[in-house]
Design a protein around this ligand. Structure first.
Ligand code: GLU
Length: 439
């Protein structure tokens, strides 16, 4: 069964870049009728916070990316311990005692000599006596996985055939000196145990994938299909990393952006398919094809989400909006007509309340000096209430006959006088809803 996972660390809020990873994995699982697992990579007890785990789940729920089960790495430490023992027994895990400063120095020396900064495996060559001495002097060491020095090859679902020379990569640290398991061993054990068939993640993980393939094999697991999507940049191609803090899903939600607008955009951005608004998740799942995504960095502009949001809100039927309209005080008898009038003129849902305030309280008329006389004439011709959808036509016809104005010169000053704005809903639909006119 196709099984994918989204594996955020609960050390912060998820942002648009994480969402891309989550969405791709979600769509693959759903398209195949498989499983989508939410995995919380929380082996770091200091940085992982329950409030972030809760926030991640809340954000995914808001988007409608439902998961089949949640797994927490912090609850699987015994399994990682067993895997480490297995690797020790097969000679693939070795203890090292360098301090971060020493490692840094080694790297600098290598770079100075024009060599790649690959760990020199000093730890591997220690005698038992040397190891004991170091341990008593420095405490427990950290543990590295001994890579087989061969080319590691895989067919990447986005990048195509890849090959990385293991000799160009440092033996990865799996366990810190204080015993904390790092992301790599935990992720590998989980991918094996949960039967993960497809791993899609950012291209910053390509080297991790190479080493993880060897660790998976060393533990007797089945290597999943890997795919690495490009990283997002800002609209001008600039690095997005610094701005991701303002592109959290919470921020987007606070700005009134709609889940379906975000999902429609992100499920196709960077692919050869056009970006179009989809109103249902099924459509997104149906048309998703990982092989249509390219390796080039993908430009993301939050502004692109705004027209999609407006368009999405415009598609919503009254039945979907009834509760929200009632909440802002639109009486049920006029709510359907009100929704029909305003739905095409909303940037976000927050605008609904503004239009309702306009209907309820009237607007401050906007009258240009050159239109003052015209508006006074028009006011005298206003039909008696109650108004209906024919009122605007009747009124403007009368004003036209009286003043000789037509087209924009006729309609625009009247719209501005009644609504205080240049743009807005169809006046025939709006006029019957105006409970108050401050002319
Ligand atoms: N917690 C890791 C990250 O957020 C997961 C990477 C992976 O998908 O394996 O980068």
């Amino acid at each position: 069964m196709t099984t994918t996972r989204f594996a955020p660390s609960p050390t912060g809020y998820i942002h648009i870049g994480n969402l891309r990873t989550a969405l791709f994995n979600y769509l693959i699982a759903r398209k195949a009728g498989g499983q989508f697992i939410l995995r919380l990579d929380d082996t770091d007890p200091e940085r992982s916070k329950q409030e972030y785990a809760d926030a991640i789940m809340e954000d995914l729920e808001w988007l409608g990316l439902t998961w089949d089960r949640v797994e927490k790495q912090s609850e699987r430490l015994a399994r990682y311990e067993a895997a480490a023992d297995e690797l020790r027994a097969s000679g693939r895990l070795y203890e090292c005692f360098e301090t971060p400063v020493e490692l840094d120095l080694k790297r600098k020396k290598q770079l100075n000599m024009g060599k790649p900064p690959v760990y020199d495996r000093s730890g591997l060559n220690l005698s038992d006596a040397e190891r004991e001495a170091l341990r008593s002097e420095r405490g427990n060491g950290h543990w590295r996985f001994r890579l087989d020095l061969e080319r590691i090859e895989w067919h990447d679902g986005i990048l195509g055939d890849l090959s990385i020379d293991a000799a160009s990569v440092s033996d990865p640290v799996l366990i810190r000196g204080d015993g904390q398991f790092l992301y790599t061993p935990a992720s590998v054990c989980d991918d094996i145990d949960f039967g993960i068939t497809h791993v899609v993640r950012g291209s910053d993980h390509v080297t991790n994938t190479a080493t993880q393939i060897q660790i998976i094999k060393a533990l007797g697991g089945t290597v999943p299909e890997f795919a690495h999507h490009s990283l997002l940049t800002g609209p001008q191609g600039e690095a997005l990393s610094k701005r991701l803090g303002t592109l959290s899903l919470r921020d987007l939600r606070a700005q009134g952006l709609e889940p379906m607008a975000i999902l429609s955009h992100m499920a196709r951005l960077g692919s050869s398919d056009p970006i179009e608004l989809r109103t249902g998740m099924d459509e997104l799942i149906e048309g998703f094809d990982l092989s249509k995504f390219g390796s080039a960095p993908t430009k993301f502009d939050v502004e692109d989400l705004r027209p999609l949001t407006a368009k999405y809100i415009g598609t919503l039927p009254y039945e979907t909006m009834a509760a929200q309209l009632a909440e802002i005080g639109v009486p049920a008898d006029i709510a359907p007509a009100f929704w029909e009038a305003v739905r095409g003129n909303l940037e976000t849902r927050a605008d609904i309340a503004d239009w309702w305030a306009l209907c309820r309280d009237g607007a401050e008329p906007l009258i240009e000096p050159e239109d003052a006389e015209f508006v006074t004439t028009a006011k005298a011709l206003l039909p008696a209430t109650p108004w209906d959808t024919t009122t605007w036509g009747v009124w403007t016809k009368a004003v036209k006959a009286e003043t000789g104005r037509k087209g924009k010169g006729l309609f625009m000053p009247l719209r501005k006088a009644l609504t205080g704005m240049q743009h807005g809903p169809d006046m025939s639909r709006l006029m019957p809803l105006l409970a108050k006119v401050n002319l």
